[in-house]
Design a protein around this ligand. Structure first.
Ligand SMILES: [Zn+2]
Length: 140
């Protein structure tokens, strides 16, 4: 999945977690679940980094750094950070389970793969709603 989708789904699962650590774990699990779904990629590292950081920062500005929404989003994107590690630190097979074992990763060549543009539209919309409309837990 592209980073906008991972940020958005991480925020969604983090929202109702009890705290940052719980939300981080939920985001990590959600990353794995999203990777299994056949999906397209953008194959543009700069776009992925900018949208991941921008999405998390937008959520942090709205909800604060201690918010489970933010930590769910961080957990959602964290596994893919291994793709941008210096080459000496990268595992040739990947560290995260859905990266390490190719049979667990839903590739874009499979039928009904979720296109990258759909992920970008939905992910961007969800992040926008969370960053502008969803209230902080203390405001509920
Ligand atoms: Zn991944």
């Amino acid at each position: 999945m592209i980073q906008l989708a991972h940020v958005a789904t991480g925020a969604l699962v983090g929202r109702h977690r009890s705290g940052p650590f719980d939300a981080l774990l939920a985001g990590l699990v959600m990353h794995g679940a999203m990777d299994v779904i056949p999906h397209g990629e953008v194959n543009d590292e700069a776009f992925e980094i900018v949208t991941a950081v921008g999405g998390v920062v937008a959520l942090a500005v709205r909800h604060g750094l201690s918010s489970p929404i933010v930590w769910g989003a961080i957990g959602g994107v964290l596994p893919d950070a291994e793709h941008i590690l210096p080459h000496k630190l990268r595992s040739s097979r990947g560290w995260f389970p859905t990266h390490r074992f190719s049979w667990t990763h839903g590739w874009e060549t499979k039928p009904l793969a979720l296109p990258a543009w759909t992920q970008a539209m939905l992910g961007g919309a969800i992040i926008g709603v969370f960053a502008m409309l969803v209230r902080r837990p203390a405001e509920d």
